[in-house]
Design a protein around this ligand. Structure first.
Ligand code: NAP
Length: 250
């Protein structure tokens, strides 16, 4: 069997890298020696993450790109900037995503548009723009899905459906690019302590104590596990649930 890959020197682009899971993934990959491209809208938050990674790792190159993945042309520009600066792209982590709640009958068109534009269109635009470069490097394409990609959800059907789309897309893309040497992985977490909020507007990081649900670093560990596989192996899907998640579900 091949040795597990070292990923030092690889270039990773992470969407939603200013917060929560994406930020933890950026740190984890930088810890392993990857150069990291941080993508999100809030420039100040991105610069804080960039400064922190740079201060911990003098040898790692960090590029922040403040952009909005809901717009295809901005995504193309972001991927091009990564190529211009670093010359290659080895790992794309499609992580940026949002959630909105309301009764279905009153769910606003604007919220629907926002969720679909971010979780679906943004993921599509990024994947499309990155794929030729991932083919060149026989790289890794990671999607952050959700527990909700595996189950119907009565309290957030739009978000849930967006994640079912991510799941269908991820596995379909795997069926296209696997033969070109690109590894595609879908990671489905249940609750993770981040800024993402529940129906009452309370952020998960405030709602849950440490130890109650997953930490962002645990999802980052799952990303690391996927990208360190041998060049013949794809971790197609990882479901990362709080241990008693299914107890309250069935
Ligand atoms: N936390 C959980 O319990 C959980 C569970 C399952 C799945 N997930 C999934 O995990 C992913 C990360 O969520 P998180 O929990 O880490 O949430 P988070 O802390 O709110 O982070 C979301 C990230 O996405 C970025 N983002 C949002 N809209 C964007 C846009 N239009 N363009 C570019 N970046 C955008 C945000 O930055 P800006 O606002 O600055 O753009 C932020 O960096 C999401 O796909 C989420 O659905 C989370």
């Amino acid at each position: 069997m091949d040795k597990k890959q070292t990923i030092a020197g690889k270039v990773a682009l992470i969407t939603g890298a200013s917060s929560g899971i994406g930020k933890a993934v950026a740190f984890k990959l930088a810890d392993e020696g990857c150069d990291v491209v941080l993508v999100a809208r809030d420039e100040n938050k991105l610069i804080q993450v960039e400064d922190q990674i740079s201060s911990e790792h003098e040898d790692i190159r960090v590029l922040s790109i403040s952009t909005d993945i809901r717009y295809g042309e901005r995504v193309i520009e972001a991927v091009q900037r990564c190529l211009d600066e670093f010359g290659q792209l080895d790992i794309l982590v499609n992580n940026a995503g949002i959630i909105r709640y309301d009764e279905l009958e009153s769910f606003s068109d604007d919220d629907f548009d926002d969720v679909m534009r971010t979780n679906v269109y943004g993921t599509f635009f990024m994947t499309k723009a990155a794929l030729p470069h991932l083919r060149n490097t026989k790289g890794n394409l990671i999607f952050i899905g959700s527990f909700d990609a595996n189950h119907p959800r009565s309290f957030n059907p739009v978000y849930c459906a967006s994640k079912w789309w991510v799941k269908g897309f991820a596995h379909s893309v795997e069926s296209i690019v696997g033969k070109d040497g690109v590894a595609v992985t879908l990671i489905n977490p249940s609750e993770v302590r981040t800024a993402i909020a529940d129906e009452s507007g309370q952020a998960y990081i405030d709602r849950f104590e440490k130890g109650e649900v997953s930490e962002p670093e645990e999802v980052a560990d799952a990303v690391l596990f996927a990208v360190k596989q041998s060049s013949t192996t794809t971790i197609s899907q990882l479901d990362l649930y709080r241990r008693d998640k299914l107890s309250d579900f069935f």
